[in-house]
Design a protein around this ligand. Structure first.
Ligand code: PMP
Length: 460
């Protein structure tokens, strides 16, 4: 290949494809070099919760870069880090008070799974090392976090994945892997999807199980699926009974995305560790981390000389942390969560209307401004698309041509099949902008349906 332009040196994820070159962004809009405008209905992978071009955040970063750009947090303290830790610690449910920073969500989950192992080890439980995750879960792309998640298409090219990572199915009442309905489970007060955790723990042997990791609302893999009432409580009970560290991955759901600071608050469950990322800096800088219970930190002090044997060069990078601090203050000052909740309800209602006219729209679900819907190949049979069809990518492509970008979820609803579309615009979006988002989606769905039903011949 002849290298002519600077872009010929780039090794991207899909480096064979062409993407628009974004030269400017403001509010919910991105602008490319040809002057085309895109409504960012994905917040750039559900991170830019406050929209683009927030001066307060940009200025806080510049100020920090000018005064003390990089200070290694393994050797020194910074004021911004203390202040942000305090903000986040106060936001999280007690007794989750201690905040550890990383650069990205994958690193945050790696850190949490390692900390869980050290916690057990320091207390003499040397064999507790196995992590249980869920087939419909995503925790990152590093080998450990990938192995904890269940995304087949990401895992398969790297098989064998890391050993000692086991999985259960997550609850999906609309297509229950146990052929039950939510009503039956609520009536009998028994959920096989939760009981499966206990069964697996017993099969492995509780003395070998270190942690269980899950998203409170499944994001990228399933498209905003909310667990049934009582599920997370039962998971908490099982973890307590067998001394398993419960890690709740709020990398996508945290910082107001689902209407509360952390989604777990809505389920009345307190985990041992919450991991976060994306929204903490509203996407302005690489920043993520974990919030750890006092009990785990106190145990490190009592049994492990107070040392977590871990660390990254850029843990708590002051410029990232300054972005986080400015973002967290902005969420509060501008009452962003209330707007996100209100616009989320409005979006939900508009999608319901849209569904009446588009047979490719299956179940709609979500909380706050994390909303998703299934894409159906055949509504009369409630049938999903096979992953090879690339339904979500096709729909997103139609949207891109019409000036909006969504978060396409490819072939993962039941762990293997089924595309969905995830919608997660900035929490600062206005009602008029939601109307524009829905209008573009409407046209894109029409074009998508014309295209796919010509190919598949399956329509209502
Ligand atoms: N956990 C969840 C729930 C996520 O949605 C993501 C990113 N999509 C990650 C972890 C990984 O975060 P990062 O890409 O910052 O490593």
């Amino acid at each position: 290949m002849e290298r002519v332009e600077a872009k010929d040196y780039v090794f991207h994820r899909d480096f064979t494809k062409e993407y628009p070159m974004i030269v400017r962004a403001e509010g919910v809009y991105l602008y490319d070099e040809q002057g085309n405008r895109y409504l960012d209905a994905s917040s750039g992978a559900i991170a830019a919760n406050l929209g683009h071009g927030v001066t307060e955040i940009a200025e806080a970063m510049a100020e920090q870069a000018k005064t003390a750009g990089f200070v290694h947090t393994l050797r020194f303290e910074t004021k911004v880090l203390h202040e942000l830790a305090a903000e986040i610690g106060k936001m999280a449910p007690a007794p989750l008070n201690r905040v550890y920073f990383t650069s990205g969500g994958s690193e945050a989950n790696e850190s949490a799974m390692k900390l869980a192992r050290q916690y057990h080890r320091d207390r003499g439980k040397l064999e507790k090392h196995i992590v249980i995750g869920r087939w419909q879960g995503y925790h990152g792309n590093t080998l450990g976090s990938l192995s904890a998640g269940g995304d087949i298409k990401r895992r398969q090219p790297y098989t064998p994945n890391l050993a000692k990572f086991e999985h259960i199915y997550s609850p999906y009442c609309h297509r229950c892997p146990y052929s039950r309905t939510e009503e039956i489970c609520q009536r009998e007060k028994r959920m096989p999807c939760a009981e499966e955790l206990e069964r697996l723990v017993k099969e492995i042997g509780p003395e070998f199980v270190s942690s269980f990791i899950c998203e409170p609302i499944v994001g990228s893999q399933q498209g905003a699926v909310v667990p049934p009432k009582g599920y997370l409580q039962r998971v908490r009970e099982i973890c307590d009974q067998y001394e398993i560290v419960l890690i709740i991955d709020e990398v996508m759901t945290g910082f107001g995305r689902t209407g509360t600071d952390f989604a777990i608050e809505q389920f009345g469950v307190v985990p041992d560790i919450i991991t976060f990322g994306k929204g903490v800096s509203a996407g302005y800088a690489p920043l993520a981390g974990m919030i750890v219970s006092d009990q785990i930190v106190e145990s490190l002090v009592a049994n492990g000389n107070g040392r977590f044997i871990h660390g990254y060069t850029f843990s708590g990078h002051p410029v990232s942390v300054a972005a986080g601090l400015a973002a967290v203050r902005y969420y509060k000052q501008k009452n962003v969560l209330a707007n996100g909740k209100e616009q989320g309800e409005y979006l939900f209602q508009r999608l319901r209307d849209l569904q009446k006219r588009h047979s490719s729209m299956g179940q709609i679900r979500g909380k706050g401004l994390l909303v998703g819907f299934e894409l159906l190949a055949d509504r009369s049979r409630d049938q999903l698309f096979p992953p090879s069809f690339g339904a979500a990518d096709r729909l997103n492509h139609e949207a891109l041509k019409r000036g909006a970008v969504f978060y396409p979820g490819a072939g993962t609803i039941d762990g293997v099949n089924g595309d969905h579309l995830l919608i997660g615009p900035p929490l600062t979006i206005t009602r008029e902008e939601i109307d524009e988002l829905v209008a573009i989606l409407d046209q894109s769905l029409a074009a998508f349906e014309e295209q796919v039903y010509t190919i598949t011949g399956k329509e209502e």
